[in-house]
Design a protein around this ligand. Structure first.
Ligand code: KMH
Ligand code: ZN
Length: 314
């Protein structure tokens, strides 16, 4: 197996309006100009695995809280939900029954694209993380490399990534490639070279910036990552952890990117003001997106953007 390390120059991404109308614009037409992206995919990551309920009682950790959060965030402009579940003691869990129950409940009450985390918590074993796909989500996260994560290590060796990718292809689940560092872009290149495109043919990535140990949450670092993306990437989003939440959202919107927000990434709404509800974060960036003439995508537009398989019952 050869590892082609060269990072190809990225072509411009197909304008969303044209994707929606079925017309594909000449990829060279907008070189260097990403202001043409006309809609915004807003992902909410409401819970995460690293914050304790005791430290943040408003974190949605029960199934009822999660479903209520999902409905409120869809109403506020989110079209995709990135889910981590907790057990009865509010601890991070990858329990198969609970994962399936969660997917069913969120699918019943919303039209959100349902993405299950395969990252779990920093303490979850790789084998257990692979079993997440059994819950039949629309999408799964797939982190493209190991990252220092504060005092811990978020482990993602290449063979694990490749196995997860192949399983997602076989089960027709759309991966979201999570990029915590510039080197993860090269690993994404390798994954596509070795295993081809995801189910549906679209390649959507999310830069998760500002994790202590990963790429900094700065517009400069984000744009270095965007410039290095492989030509196969059809859409990208960005997340700023902690205090980089808003600057990264603004930089992504200005650069043709999509957004992820939520209490997985940020617990502070403004100075001295903790986040009370995930939909506050969604509403704020939905307003920003509208101000930037890039209104939130509907759930149906998000499904088309990502080419997710229809799993809802008629
Ligand atoms: N909890 C982090 C260690 C993912 O969801 O795929 C990993 C994470 C990534 O949240
Ligand atoms: Zn996550």
């Amino acid at each position: 197996m050869t590892f082609r390390q060269s990072v190809q120059p990225r072509r411009d991404l197909t304008p969303l309006a044209d994707t929606m109308s079925g017309m594909t614009q000449d990829a060279t037409q907008n070189k260097g100009d990403t202001s043409h992206a006309t809609g915004t995919l807003i992902t909410v990551a409401p819970t995460g695995a690293e914050t304790a309920k005791g430290d943040c009682p408003q974190l949605p950790t029960t199934l009822a809280e999660l479903v209520e959060t999902a409905v409120a965030c869809q109403d506020a402009g989110a079209s995709l939900i990135h889910i981590h579940i907790r057990d009865a003691d509010h601890r991070p869990s990858l329990d198969a029954v609970l994962l399936s129950e969660t997917v069913r409940a969120v699918r019943e009450r919303t039209n959100l694209v349902i993405q299950l985390s395969t990252g779990g918590s920093v303490h979850d074993p790789l084998e257990k993380r692979l079993t997440v796909l059994d819950a039949d989500p629309d999408s799964c996260s797939l982190t493209c490399g190991t990252t220092n994560f504060g005092d811990d290590v978020f482990l993602n060796p290449y063979p694990f990534m490749a196995q997860l990718y192949r399983q997602a292809q076989e089960r027709e689940i759309v991966p979201e490639f999570e990029l915590f560092d510039l080197g993860h872009v090269a690993a994404l290149r390798r994954l596509i070279d070795d295993h081809g495109l995801p189910f549906g043919g679209k390649v959507h990535v999310d830069f998760i910036t500002g994790v202590p140990g990963g790429m900094p949450g700065t517009p400069a670092a984000l744009l270095a990552g965007v410039q290095a993306l492989p030509a196969e990437v059809t859409s990208w989003a960005a997340t700023g952890v902690g205090r980089s939440h808003l600057p990264i959202a603004a930089a992504a919107l200005a650069s043709g990117g999509h957004l992820r927000v939520g209490m997985e990434d940020n617990l502070i709404y403004a100075k001295g003001q903790p986040v009370q509800r995930n939909d506050e974060l969604v509403s704020r960036v939905a307003d920003l997106a509208r101000l930037m003439q890039r209104p939130p995508l509907t759930t149906e537009q998000a499904r088309a953007l990502l080419s997710v398989k229809e799993r809802r019952s008629p």
